[in-house]
Design a protein around this ligand. Structure first.
Ligand code: URA
Length: 217
């Protein structure tokens, strides 16, 4: 785990050559959809595993097949995923691969064409979400508008900021600042921090529209 400076509460995956290789493939405009999906899924899996590292554990002692005692830990607390439709849904399987039968809620936020601001259209969340750790799933943190609105929804349902982990593949610095100005205590778990946004609010260098590339319009 690398905690980034100057960002507080941003957990950046270790920038290994392997991770850089995965990002190189998904950022390449020539990469075809099956490879885009395969390599994005590998990164998503790493993000989920890193998120899980931050959950609390309690000591647990077990006996092994060799009649030895092993002092380990057991996971405490229930988790759930909440994906921001549509691109966030691409991250659900990675969470399911690590946490069998995990509950997954969904939030739909879209741009209101009249105001050009994000608008909440739909939410479906586990009833007991306030008692869970929440992995908020959205692959790209650009301006932060949707993620802030989604986090509002979670807080209104009683989830504490400290129990939310926002998992994404690429962040912009602006997005981190905007998101953390609203919710400083949510941990952002990411694999890359890009240098900025273009005039259409796409991340640069980025990878284009994640949802279009993953789901092929
Ligand atoms: N969403 C995307 O899919 N890509 C960006 O660059 C920004 C937001």
């Amino acid at each position: 785990m690398t905690t980034t400076e100057p960002f507080r509460n941003v957990v950046l995956l270790p920038q290994t050559n392997q991770l850089l290789g995965l990002y190189t493939i998904i950022r390449d405009r020539l990469t075809k959809r099956p490879d885009f999906i395969f390599y994005s899924d590998r990164i998503i899996r790493l993000l989920v595993e890193e998120g899980l590292n931050h959950l609390p554990v309690a000591p647990l002692t077990v006996s092994t097949e060799t009649n030895q005692v092993f002092q380990g830990v057991s996971f405490l607390g229930k988790i759930c995923g909440v994906s921001i439709i549509r691109a966030g849904e691409s991250m659900e399987q990675g969470l399911r691969d690590c946490c069998r039968s995990v509950r997954i809620g969904k939030i739909l936020i879209q741009r209101d064409e009249e105001t050009a601001k994000p608008k909440l259209f739909y939410e479906k969340l586990p009833d007991d979400i306030a008692n869970r750790y929440v992995f908020l799933l959205d692959p790209m943190l650009a301006t932060g508008g949707s993620a802030i609105m989604a986090t509002d929804v979670l807080l209104n349902r009683g989830v504490k900021e400290e129990r939310i982990f926002f998992l994404n593949l690429i962040c912009s610095k602006e997005g981190i600042d905007a998101y953390h100005s609203a919710y400083p205590n949510v941990k952002i778990v990411t694999g890359a921090i890009d240098k900025g946004l273009d005039e259409k609010k796409y991340l640069i260098p980025g990878l284009g529209d994640f949802g279009d590339r993953y789901y092929a319009l």
